[in-house]
Ligand binder design. Structure first.
Ligand code: ATP
Ligand code: MG
Length: 378
């Protein structure tokens, strides 16, 4: 018997016919097309999703819906039972404040996966979360997933992410390198025979790449980015004011008062522990001081961008000079960074629109471009 079912695809909002029936299913079993069909049916009930698995933030995009998760990459776990107590901002609020029975961890550090198990659990949490939309039918999380990963990730780590995605329910998963995803998300013409240069300055890593014809021609990844700027502020406060700052205070200060080019003096305060008395202390600081504090790691980032520019094939340099260097990632929002890059590199520089979401938007673009996805997945 042949039956045609009408199935509502909640991802696209369309009603699609599915041909089936008991006899048909048995006659297909166990041929590969049977499994393909099953996967397709499961796919009707799941979302296609793109993930930016970042050191600082994890962003998840659902095709057709946009960015639905934007959370710090932090997980709070019960130390004994290993139960997950909180993920994202709730877990971040616990960082450095947990009792011995709870551990709040950042499973990615310096652009590499430092805790596989927790990374996997964080990914499954987010995948399940995006499938909990209020619809009349329960969603079975069997999505197609594209994940943007730091380019320093090793083969072993790549396999671990793919395994984690499979265990989290992905029916198909693709990994793409973060700078490529950032370039696609920033709208650069990555498929053309034209040099595009992107610098993605995130939390743990700065990814620099010159791209042409869908491939990275010259690239560099350094473990100096937002976290290193925070650490430089901690070191500065310790040296100059004998003040011990927490990670969050240093990051907030960088965002509020940090500058890459000396601008109009802005004043603020930092709070920490006086290393002499052991007591809490508040100190007045200026944007000029914070600019000085972060000078070294910033100079290291610029030096690497110069190296990559020097290594770029001469045929691509005119394109880069025409198009400009595109800055992405959270640190691209640092005050005066564009001006500083222009001054030091002698090339035009643009900060991408909403730089912190470039990678995840890039994964969304490639989810819809099968050929490009095949070409750039690693
Ligand atoms: N306005 C701002 N000025 C300076 N730095 C900022 C600003 N906003 C965010 N940041 C920094 O950007 C970093 C996070 O950026 P992003 O989310 O792109 O990193 P990530 O993708 O999680 O990390 P990675 O790509 O290294 O794995 C943090 O260090 C954060 O403090
Ligand atoms: Mg990133």
């Amino acid at each position: 018997m042949l039956v045609i079912y009408l199935v509502h695809n909640f991802s696209t909002g369309r009603v699609v016919p599915v041909v089936g029936g008991t006899m048909l299913l048995f006659s297909w079993f166990p041929c590969p097309s049977f499994f393909k069909m099953l996967a397709r049916i499961f796919g009707l009930f799941s979302h296609d999703i793109g993930v930016d698995l970042g050191t600082s933030n994890t962003l998840v995009l659902v095709l057709g819906k946009g960015i639905v998760v934007r959370e710090p990459s932090v997980v709070a776990i019960h130390s004994k039972s290993r139960d997950i107590l909180a993920v994202g901002s709730d877990a971040q609020a616990m960082l450095g404040k947990t009792p011995a029975s709870i551990a709040a961890v950042r499973p990615l550090r310096h652009g590499v996966i430092s805790d596989f198990e927790v990374t996997e659990r964080m990914l499954s949490y987010f995948i399940r979360k995006v499938h909990k939309s209020p619809t009349s039918l329960p969603r079975i999380p069997r999505p197609r997933v594209v994940v943007g990963i730091p380019s320093l990730v090793t083969e072993v780590e790549k396999r671990a992410v793919s395994d984690a995605l499979r265990r989290a329910g992905a029916r198909e998963s693709f990994l793409i390198q973060e700078p490529m995803a950032a370039a696609v998300g920033a709208g650069l013409p990555v498929e053309e025979a034209k040099g595009s240069m992107v610098v993605d300055i995130g939390g743990g890593t700065t990814e620099i790449a010159v791209i042409s014809l869908g491939g990275i021609i010259v690239g560099r990844s350094l473990k100096v980015a937002g976290d290193a700027l925070d650490q430089a502020i901690v070191d500065y406060a310790r040296k100059k004011y004998h003040l011990l700052l927490g990670e969050r205070m240093a990051e907030d200060t960088k965002i509020k008062l940090g500058e890459a080019t000396k601008g109009k003096r802005r004043e603020g305060t930092v709070r920490g522990r006086d290393l002499k008395t052991g007591l809490p202390k508040t100190v007045a600081v200026s944007s000029h001081e914070i600019g000085e504090a972060i000078a070294d790691p910033l100079a290291a980032i610029i030096a690497s961008v110069k190296d990559v520019l020097e290594d770029a094939p001469p045929e691509l340099v005119p394109d880069i000079l025409d198009q400009g260097i595109t800055l992405a990632g959270g640190v691209a929002q640092l005050r005066g960074i564009e001006k500083r890059f222009v001054r030091e590199l002698g090339a035009p520089v643009n900060v991408a629109k909403d730089p912190i979401t470039c990678v995840v938007r890039g994964t969304g673009v490639v989810l819809e471009k099968k050929e490009l996805l095949k070409r750039i997945s690693v």
